[in-house]
Design a protein around this ligand. Structure first.
Ligand SMILES: Cc1cc2nc3c(=O)[nH]c(=O)nc-3n(C[C@H](O)[C@H](O)[C@H](O)COP(=O)(O)O)c2cc1C
Length: 221
């Protein structure tokens, strides 16, 4: 097997027909609102065995507009928007404070699907953020209690000590507050659904929010 990066890149394909069944997406039959289509595609991704469909790229920007991106978990999607949680003092938290806009991207390779969501971001009330955290696993609480996200770490031993203490507290005190942990909601202004096609006739359906409601357009792939 090739080990050279560029040889490997040339040897790889997306949507191997042996392992991937690309669904046919009829945009004319799509619901009038993007949330309904997101919920439909999410359930189909789970049914298709897509690993970790609830993880997504979250793109933010520095105050000067320099972009940044990382993976976070989707905590919910409803009339209030798409939600995720993190520390307000992390790099992304600081970026959102300076520029409260973000974009999300889901890629579900099992079906050749991509979903992009853009819009303004607001922090949910602290009580909601804490309730959301306390409804999650002990590990999630321990990770949040460890804190100091995105700060420079002096040694792995320092992390091990802080993490062990956080796990011990999370087990002892399942409702321990983590004031910096914040639930954010992205209110969608634009949502795009991409269905890959083996002959590259990909279908792109974009929803845009207007004063009158959602409009829908197809885009060239
Ligand atoms: C699968 C996966 C899920 C993650 N989920 C979260 C999350 O929900 N919240 C979070 O703050 N970081 C999460 N992370 C870590 C982030 O990718 C990132 O490393 C961290 O939030 C620091 O980002 P920042 O320095 O841009 O603020 C996750 C990482 C991976 C790989």
């Amino acid at each position: 097997m090739a080990t050279d990066l560029h040889e490997l890149l040339r040897s790889l394909r997306v949507w191997d027909p042996e392992t991937t069944e690309l669904p046919v997406f009829d945009p004319a039959a799509a619901p009038a609102e993007p949330l309904a289509l997101f919920a439909e595609w999410f359930a189909e991704a789970v049914a298709a065995g897509q690993p970790e469909p609830h993880t997504m790229s979250l793109a933010t920007a520095d105050a000067d507009g320099t972009p940044d991106v990382r993976i976070v978990m989707l905590h919910g999607a409803d009339a209030d928007g798409w939600s995720f949680a993190t520390h307000a003092g992390s790099r992304k938290g600081r970026q959102l404070a300076a520029r409260p806009y973000a974009a999300l991207c889901f890629y579900w390779s099992a079906q050749g699907r991509q979903i992009r969501v853009r819009g303004p971001v607001t922090a949910a009330p602290a009580t909601e953020g804490q309730a959301d955290l306390h409804a999650r696993s002990t590990g999630a609480l321990a990770a949040a209690l460890t804190g100091r996200q995105s700060e420079v770490l002096s040694s792995t031993e320092e992390l091990a000590r802080a993490s062990d203490a956080a796990w011990e507290r999370a087990q002892r005190e399942p409702d321990a507050p983590v004031p910096s942990w914040t639930l954010y909601r992205l209110s969608p202004e634009e949502v795009e659904f991409f269905q890959g096609d083996a002959r590259r006739q990909h279908v792109r359906l974009t929803y845009r929010r207007t004063e009158e409601g959602w409009t829908r357009h197809l885009l060239w792939p």
